[in-house]
Write a protein that binds this ligand. Structure first.
Ligand code: SF4
Length: 340
């Protein structure tokens, strides 16, 4: 639905023709990779062998195992990406590992029929997968009344500013459509959550350092005190190793955890849910119209986003054909739901 609203042509390529870029952008690849670790982190308490309450160390161990397993697959395994994910996961565990949440479900799939009153039947299913559902439990040593709050948990990785007053949160608090959809879905599944914990991880912008090109290197002039010419301090003779990169990342994350990890509790008012329902129904009507009329216009104002061009830009600009080998046909329409 998000893609159709952004650009119907993009939706046609991706979800009608099921042609997807054969290579994933770095940003998307890292987001999916880290999400595998987050799923394992939240899933850890549901596994055999985890003593209650599940310790942060046990969650971290499961997250590392899942990420290492993924990085061993063919085409995966960039050592710098793994270091970045590991250090973020260590920081995430230090920041949130002691929060009193007990996991109830992870990646809980749902399907909600989209209907119109006069229609008598569903046109489409509104499907998705809730990242996690958790119960807040009493702090171990506290003399508090029993707490039995259920929360939806939604993870996001982003390059944007996630400080509490940032525009990122103004949008999430009022208009993020996943929050409304997943709250409704969790209620339909019988969990009755009171709100959504929006759990955001900011991706590090620190990049591995490269050796200074030989022609650009500058050396100090020999002096009586220091006769050996030395490369300027801001230049390098060799590329940074993954372990050197780890140390810089570690220092940055540890010295500024709020920059990397933020959570906010999001509630939806009845009027906001109703407006969202209208959005869903009307978008479904537009998709149906597009499919019946084979009308998927281009939204050329959406071609550039997050500092990069849309995967289908070569096709829309006439440089390539959608049948080119740079695109592959996916077996499933929705990978995360495993359906056709
Ligand atoms: S390149 Fe632009 S017009 Fe073409 S599919 Fe992508 S967003 Fe749409």
């Amino acid at each position: 639905m998000t893609m159709f609203r952004r650009c119907p042509r993009e939706y046609q390529f991706a979800y009608v023709m099921r042609r997807r870029s054969a290579t994933k952008s770095e940003a998307l690849r890292f987001g999916s990779f880290f999400h595998i670790g987050l799923n394992a982190w939240w899933h850890a308490p549901l596994r055999d062998g985890c003593e209650a309450p599940c310790t942060p160390e046990y969650r971290l161990e499961w997250a590392f195992d899942a990420m290492h397993e993924k990085s061993a697959e063919p085409g995966e395994g960039d050592p710098f990406e793994l270091v970045k994910a590991e250090e973020l996961m260590i920081g995430y565990t230090a920041r949130w590992g002691d929060e009193p949440y007990e996991t109830i479900a992870v990646e809980r799939q749902f399907r909600l029929p989209i209907t119109r009153d006069t229609d008598g039947g569903a046109w489409y299913d509104h499907g998705g997968s809730i990242d996690a559902i958790a119960r807040k439990v009493n702090p171990p040593a506290g003399d508090y009344p029993a707490i039995n709050e259920i929360h939806n948990v939604e993870h996001k990785t982003t390059s944007q500013d996630i400080s509490p007053g940032a525009p990122y949160w103004r949008h999430v608090r009022s208009l993020d459509s996943q929050v409304s959809t997943y709250m409704k879905a969790a209620r339909e599944l019988g969990y009755n959550p009171c709100d959504t914990i929006y759990d955001v991880i900011r991706k590090p912008s620190i990049l591995p350092l490269k050796a200074t090109p030989i022609e650009s290197r500058k050396y100090t002039k020999p002096t009586a005190k220091d006769p050996k010419p030395r490369l300027y301090a801001n230049m390098r003779e060799e590329d940074e190793t993954p372990e050197e990169y780890r140390v810089r990342l570690q220092n940055d994350i540890a010295s500024n955890p709020d920059r990397y990890f933020q959570r906010q509790t999001i509630v939806r008012l009845e009027a906001e849910d109703e407006a969202h329902e209208q959005d869903v129904l009307q978008t479904a009507e537009m998709i149906r119209f597009a499919e019946q009329r084979h009308a998927f216009p281009r939204t050329v104002s959406a071609c550039e986003r997050y500092g990069r061009l849309c995967d289908y830009h070569p096709v829309c600009s006439g440089e390539a054909n959608i049948e080119d080998s740079r695109y592959v046909t996916k077996e499933n329409t929705h990978d995360e739901l495993g359906d056709v």
